[in-house]
Write a protein that binds this ligand. Structure first.
Ligand code: PBG
Length: 332
């Protein structure tokens, strides 16, 4: 209910904007380092830090360097790091067996981070695309992305990640029934405290372009992901997906991409009150960086304003490639 306002001049809404002190005092939303999950790219080799060309400022690091990066993030107070592997094309197959290899790149990175920075939470991505010769998040048979066979593969992948020490599993595949299957398998295997942050409302978006370059999936992918990722025109369907995933055992839920889907974040938070995250995806990051590099916007200010928008829309946290830069700024 909106209280009736006294007429002008009793109500001068500018009064509370008149000084920095009053603006701080009346600010409803704040951004904190506690809100950040930092997505990182890992690759094979040793001593390698290579730039991702479509994401200025973002690196692919070899596993031996990922521990140090995590330790720095931990020292800056970032609560979680999320691993994405750039898999050697020679390891990609149509059945995606590398996805549940206990010694694959992602699982080695989990162990390296756990050893170097035991207090930072390690999040993973669960989808077959980095391991799939056909570039899709699921197994492809006769041109169709098959649901149930993919779920079986994803469960094996989830167990291998939990075994390696992951704290937060992030299914990003959009198959039906995967959360229940993973939760059941985790319980049976004794991983009762491994959390699931479901990419529950994930849209078939053009904003993922730079990411697919970063993990080397662009070349393999034929066609699009519209038979499993959501149609950008839909909003009610996001609520049905979130409700379903929470019921199946997800602990936290995500909306992805971020800035173009803030209405979805708000509806999800208002409807379920569950821990809600947004992913400020690669294309969003690239747009801000590109404009900033051209001197067209103040990159730092736009970065902070965009992240604040997620908080204002009801998100509890944000996956963002800006995480270390934000942490540094907030530390002053
Ligand atoms: C894999 C996955 C993708 C992203 C996160 N996990 C790409 C996709 O679905 O095609 C995108 C992240 C980003 O763009 O930053 N399923």
């Amino acid at each position: 209910m909106r209280p009736t306002q006294a007429p002008f001049p009793a109500t001068r809404l500018r009064r509370l904007r008149s000084s920095d002190a009053l603006r701080r005092l009346t600010r409803q939303t704040s951004l904190s380092v506690d809100d950040l999950i930092w997505p990182v790219f890992v690759r094979d080799g040793e001593g390698i830090e290579e730039p991702v060309s479509s994401m200025p400022g973002v690196l692919r690091r070899s596993v031996d360097l990922i521990g140090a990066a995590a330790r720095e993030a931990q020292a800056m107070g970032i609560p979680a790091i999320c691993i994405f592997p750039y898999t050697d094309p020679a390891l990609k197959t149509e059945l995606c067996e590398e996805a549940w290899n206990p010694d694959n790149l992602a699982n080695r990175a989990i162990r390296a981070i756990k050893a170097a920075a035991p207090d930072i939470a390690v999040m993973t991505d669960i989808a077959l695309d980095p391991y799939n010769a056909l570039g899709h998040d699921g197994i492809v048979r006769d041109g169709i992305i098959v649901n149930d066979e993919t779920v079986d593969a994803l469960v094996k992948m989830a167990l291998a990640q939990a075994e390696a020490g992951a704290d937060l599993l992030g299914p990003s595949d959009m198959m039906d029934g995967r959360i229940a299957a993973m939760r059941g398998a985790l319980e049976t295997a004794g991983h009762t405290d491994v959390s699931i942050l479901s990419y529950a409302a994930k849209y078939a978006s053009a904003f993922y372009g730079p990411f697919r370059d970063a993990v080397g999936a662009s070349g393999a992918l034929k066609g699009d992901k519209k038979t499993y990722q959501m149609d950008p025109g839909n909003s009610d369907e996001a609520l049905r997906l979130i409700e379903r995933d929470l019921r199946e055992g997800a602990d936290m839920v995500m909306v992805k991409p971020g800035l173009a889907y803030l209405d979805i974040c708000r509806r999800v938070k208002d409807t379920f009150g569950a821990p809600t995250y947004a992913y400020q995806v690669s294309g969003e990051y690239a747009m801000i960086e590109a404009a900033a590099q051209n001197g067209w916007i103040d990159g730092e200010k736009v970065m902070l304003e965009s992240l604040m928008a997620f908080k204002r829309a009801g998100c509890d946290g944000i996956l963002t490639y800006f995480a270390p830069r934000v942490a540094q700024l907030l530390q002053g």
